[in-house]
Structure formats: structure tokens, C-alpha cells
Design a protein. Structure first.
Length: 275
């Protein structure tokens, strides 16, 4: 299986922290050549040093992926500096947790999540796919979320951008049928990273480790399966498809009840801590 990784050139966006960093380290142990992308050059250099310490090669590409021109320059550099790109992991992402009713003056929330979570991934795919098609060999791995499989209050901007990425992925996977080019979508549950840290209620919910999450990305690359998720994701996805009305209604109520209970607990603990 590690033949899918050893000596292969793998681009990871969002490699300066969290799931992307952990994925870089796992793939380094398996002998991949890594192209690490994110905005913070110092953090990318730190991850690059960790990769080198594991005996693997890594190059860093500080890039703001929300800027179309920077994504094009990144693609130019990747294609000029590497004979081939075998795998693209579109992992960089941003999340916004806000109700639609609190977003009336915040169209920019929707534009910013789409710019990074959707358009950057599509733009990079459009530039790297031609080489994969020429060689009839390649793999696009798109990082999505469990929230794209279930009705998830408060995350309309984030979920919409991940659902757009899923729609693109599904169509691309269908178009690639019969070729040796794989497309994978990974629907992570909560993972303990900088992204989830600001939300106090998440402290009372199970959160996957970044190393385990990285294991899911490695599994996608090794198995080339279309979807990697857990039972909860599969069940909610099926329920939403089979019985959308009750699923949306009751999931919304469940989130409200559990969310309010956890928020009261977080407020109580903060008050006690402050006393
Ligand atoms: N954590 C979760 O619970 C969870 C659950 C489901 C799915 N996910 C998905 O997992 C992926 C990784 O998230 P994470 O949890 O590991 O969060 P994280 O630790 O905050 O990592 C986000 C990564 O994206 C990069 N990034 C952010 N904005 C960027 C930009 N404009 N240009 C280039 N890179 C940018 C960040 O690097 P710089 O700041 O250096 O640019 C960082 O490396 C995301 O797509 C997220 O939606 C996370």
C-alpha cells in the first residue's frame, strides 16, 4: 500500500498546523516528497524541519490561497520545480460559526469561506489535473467535514463551501471513471486543532486527535476510496437523503437542546474559574 506514497510528490495545503501538519509528518514517515503550502512561512519552515528530521524531502510554498493570483503563482512554481505532482491534498480551510440571522450585514463571511474552501481548491485542481491526465495517474483529496453530511445549524457559510467542494469532487470523480485518477472526499468529525479551540462548548464533545485525522488522509491516499468518514456521517447522510423533512427538523432541535446545555456548562465553569 505505501507504494502509493513512497517517492510520490504530494502537495498539502494548510500544512503549517493542525491536520495538515500531522498529515505531512505521517506521509514523511512513509517516504513521500512533500510540497507544503500555507500563509505562515515560519510555521512551514518548522514543519519542513520536522519532515527533514524524519529523513524525507520537503519544499515550502508560503501562499495566501484566498488570493487567485497567489494560487496561480503557486501552481506555476509547483509545475516548474517538480517533474510531476502525484497527489493534491486540498486541506487548507477556514470555519465561521454564526447563525444566518446574525449574518445580515456579513456577506463577506460567505465570500471568504468560498474563496479559500472552494475556489482555491478548484483553481489548484484545474492547474495540476492536466499533468495527471497526461500520465493517467494522480489523486485529488478534498478535505470536507461531517457537517456537510448533516443539517448543521450556525455553519451556513462553512457548510455551503464544503458542499460546493463535494459537488465538484463528485462530478470530477464521475468524469474520471475508467482512468487511474482518483478523487477522495474526507468528512472529518470534530478534530482538536486551532480551528476548534475558540469554541468553548467543543471541550465537552469528543474530538479526534490530529494524528488520527492524518491517518484518514493517508488511508484515502492508500485505498483511493471516494469517501472516508465515520458511521455517524454515513447514517446522517443516509437519513437526510431518505427522510429529509424529519431529519432536518429533529437534528435542528437536537443541536439547540444539546448546544444550549453545553453553553450553560461552559458559562458556569468560566464564572467559577473567574471567582
Ligand atoms: N478541526 C476540525 O474539527 C475539522 C473538522 C472537519 C473538517 N476540518 C477541515 O480540516 C482542514 C484543516 O483544518 P484544521 O482543523 O487542521 O485547522 P487549522 O489548524 O486552523 O489549519 C488550517 C490550515 O489552513 C491554513 N490556511 C488558512 N487560511 C489560509 C489561506 N488563506 N491561505 C493558505 N492557507 C491557509 C492555515 O495556515 P496559515 O494560517 O499559515 O495560512 C493552516 O495550516 C480544514 O479544511 C477544515 O475545514 C476540520
Amino acid at each position: 500500500m505505501s507504494a502509493m506514497i513512497r517517492g510520490r510528490t504530494i502537495v498539502i495545503t494548510g500544512a503549517s498546523s493542525g491536520i495538515g501538519e500531522a498529515t505531512a509528518l505521517r506521509l514523511a514517515r512513509a517516504g513521500a516528497r512533500l510540497c507544503l503550502v500555507a500563509r505562515r512561512a515560519d510555521e512551514l519552515r518548522r514543519v519542513q524541519n520536522l519532515v527533514h528530521a524524519l529523513g524525507a524531502e520537503a519544499w515550502i510554498y508560503p501562499t495566501d490561497l484566498s488570493q487567485a493570483g497567489e494560487v496561480e503563482a503557486l501552481a506555476d512554481a509547483l509545475l516548474a520545480e517538480h517533474a510531476r505532482i502525484d497527489v493534491l491534498v486540498n486541506n487548507a480551510g477556514r470555519s465561521i460559526r454564526r447563525r444566518v440571522s446574525e449574518s445580515f450585514e456579513r456577506m463577506h463571511d460567505y465570500e471568504r469561506t468560498m474563496a479559500l474552501n472552494y475556489f482555491a481548491a478548484v483553481r489548484l485542481t484545474l492547474r495540476l489535473l492536466p499533468g495527471m491526465l497526461e500520465r493517467n495517474d494522480g489523486h485529488i483529496v478534498n478535505v470536507s467535514s461531517l457537517s456537510a453530511l448533516m443539517p448543521t445549524p450556525r455553519f451556513s457559510a462553512y457548510v455551503a463551501s464544503k458542499c460546493a467542494l463535494e459537488g465538484f469532487s463528485r462530478t470530477l470523480a464521475a468524469e474520471m471513471a475508467g482512468r487511474d485518477i482518483a478523487v477522495s472526499v474526507i468528512n472529518f468529525p470534530l478534530v482538536k486543532t486551532a480551528m476548534t479551540a475558540p469554541t468553548a462548548v467543543y471541550n465537552y464533545l469528543p474530538q479526534m486527535s490530529t494524528d488520527k485525522a492524518a491517518g484518514w488522509i493517508v488511508k484515502a491516499i492508500e485505498t483511493r476510496r471516494y469517501r472516508i468518514t465515520n458511521r455517524l456521517g454515513e447514517a446522517w447522510n443516509a437519513a437526510t437523503a431518505l427522510a429529509p423533512d424529519p431529519t432536518v427538523k429533529w437534528t435542528g432541535r437536537l443541536f439547540k437542546i444539546v448546544g444550549e446545555r453545553l453553553q450553560r456548562r461552559a458559562d458556569r465553569e468560566r464564572a467559577n474559574g473567574g471567582a
